[in-house]
Design a protein around this ligand. Structure first.
Ligand SMILES: Nc1ncnc2c1ncn2[C@@H]1O[C@H](COP(=O)(O)OP(=O)(O)O)[C@@H](O)[C@H]1O
Ligand SMILES: [Mg+2]
Length: 452
């Protein structure tokens, strides 16, 4: 990829020469990029041009658009995530690599992400969530110590509904469980915590409850319309279910030997804790980001994820889960042959909010390790001072489009840009650019006339 940024101001002013400045990630220490500027200085404008060039060069692109302003880049397909569209990805799908993946890894990863997204999550809630995840996997025949069992197909909500309606449990086993499975398992455990009993008891009780509801509906609203036959049939079913339920509980009680049969329930702490975890999941998923309902990107190579409708908490969760999926995919594909080739651009708007101090955070892992797998992390933000030093000192190129005077002092010390260069910046006309070429220690920023 070769993207024309503008003309070198130095050459224009001192030598009256047209000297083009290009962004060529293959020639830089890495393909990471930082675009900084106050509101209105052209971050979206310059980012769109850059992303357009990447898409045109056949590079895969994922844009995380928090302002709904990047969908018009030529060659991209945009999808909006919201309560109305309900697009999302199943967080229970596993990385099947025996070294880096599996049930325990995914469980810890999800618990960690949720902890980060909602700091009010307590240790007891974390434990409950961990056990809910492990039990949901186990129920689907997926076990931590059995890597072949990690291999399942992805399911969509529509497929899941079809199989569930047809009660085709055998076919369902070939797919990963979803957040709906986890929630329904959690609700059963909640019932068990409240009224006691084991799984067969709760199933019998649920069936009886469903039938009573149907019976009430038939007897009530449509009383005149429903036939006596139908009522009679359902009445018989209810009686059978009642007997089944009673015998399930009788068996459960008869089988009790130590009085500690509900001990297994201790891993769900208390009904209050379990209920609060289920509520938390409900809230985080209110826009549907964890639904097994992938957006219709089709074969699009350049995708814009419009996430403006999500809360900040949901945006961070969503972006980090996607980043990990992208990183895992390229890691499995292996290093690029040249070690510098750019295969995939990830663009984050308001990028500072996705960074953290945790070295293991996927965004820091990508900043550190993604180069050899061909991933470039492009970040746009109002100020460079919100990024960790590890990123600022390691980013292949930095574009400064105009900083507020109050940021100058910190910018000069953090980015080692001279005040002179900052003074020459004129929003939308002259910017400051640093390109870290391979083999050059710390090149100075230069002013570039971007023109309009
Ligand atoms: N180099 C430029 N030439 C012409 N118009 C520009 C240029 N840079 C930005 N603009 C325009 O200025 C406005 C603000 O730019 P924008 O990219 O939205 O800024 P930001 O994302 O930093 O808030 C937009 O209407 C944009 O089209
Ligand atoms: Mg913008």
């Amino acid at each position: 990829m070769k993207h024309y940024l503008g003309k070198s101001e130095y050459h224009l002013r001192q030598k009256q020469q047209d000297y083009p400045v290009n962004y060529e990630p293959d020639k830089l220490i890495n393909a990471h990029l930082l675009v900084c500027g106050m509101s209105g200085t052209g971050k979206s404008f310059q980012s769109s041009r850059l992303l357009g060039s990447a898409a045109q060069a056949g590079i895969e692109v994922d844009v995380f658009d928090v302002h709904d302003e990047l969908e018009r880049i030529p060659g991209v397909t945009a999808c909006r995530y919201s309560q109305a569209t309900g697009y999302g990805y199943n967080p229970l799908e596993l990385d099947t690599d025996p070294h880096t993946g599996g049930v325990n890894r995914q469980t810890e990863y999800l618990v960690g992400l949720l902890r980060e997204a909602s700091p009010q999550l307590g240790v007891r809630q974390e434990m409950v969530l961990r056990n809910l995840l492990l039990d949901t996997y186990a129920l689907a025949g997926i076990y931590p110590d059995n890597p072949p069992s990690w291999q399942r197909d992805s399911i969509t909500e529509a497929q899941r509904k079809q199989l569930t309606d047809a009660r085709n449990w055998a076919a369902l086993k070939q797919y990963y469980p979803t957040l709906d499975d986890l929630k329904s398992y959690g609700r059963r455990k909640l019932t068990a915590l409240n009224i006691g009993g084991d799984n067969p008891c709760i199933s019998a009780l649920e069936q009886l409850t469903r039938q009573y509801k149907r019976l009430t509906t038939l007897q009530g609203k449509y009383a005149k319309a429903s036939s006596d036959d139908e009522l009679d049939k359902l009445g018989k079913q209810v009686n059978t279910s009642k007997e089944h339920c009673t015998s399930s509980y009788a068996e459960f009680i008869a089988a009790m030997q130590t009085g500690r049969e509900l001990e297994d329930m201790l891993k769900y702490d208390s009904a209050d804790t379990l209920a609060s975890v289920l509520q938390r999941l409900e809230l985080l998923n209110s826009a549907g980001i964890f639904r097994a309902n992938p957006p219709p990107f089709g074969n699009a190579q350049a995708r814009v994820h419009q996430i403006k409708s999500l809360s900040t908490e949901q945006q961070v969760l969503f972006v980090k889960l996607r980043l990990r999926a992208i990183f895992e995919r390229h890691k499995q594909a292996g290093a690029t042959r040249s070690g510098t080739e750019l295969r995939h651009v990830i663009f984050l708007d308001e990028a500072h909010k996705f960074f953290s101090k945790d070295d293991d955070d996927i965004i820091n892992v990508i900043a550190r390790e993604a180069r050899k797998f061909g991933i470039g992390l492009w970040c746009a933000s109002q100020s460079p001072t919100d990024f960790p030093d590890s990123f600022l000192t390691n980013v292949g190129s930095t574009l400064i489009l105009g900083l507020h005077g109050s940021h100058w002092q910190r910018a000069t010390s953090k980015l080692r840009i001279s005040v002179e260069t900052l003074k020459h910046i004129r929003p939308k006309q002259v910017v400051a650019v640093q390109l870290r070429k391979d083999g050059m220690a710390d090149p100075p920023f230069g002013n570039v006339v971007v023109g309009n």
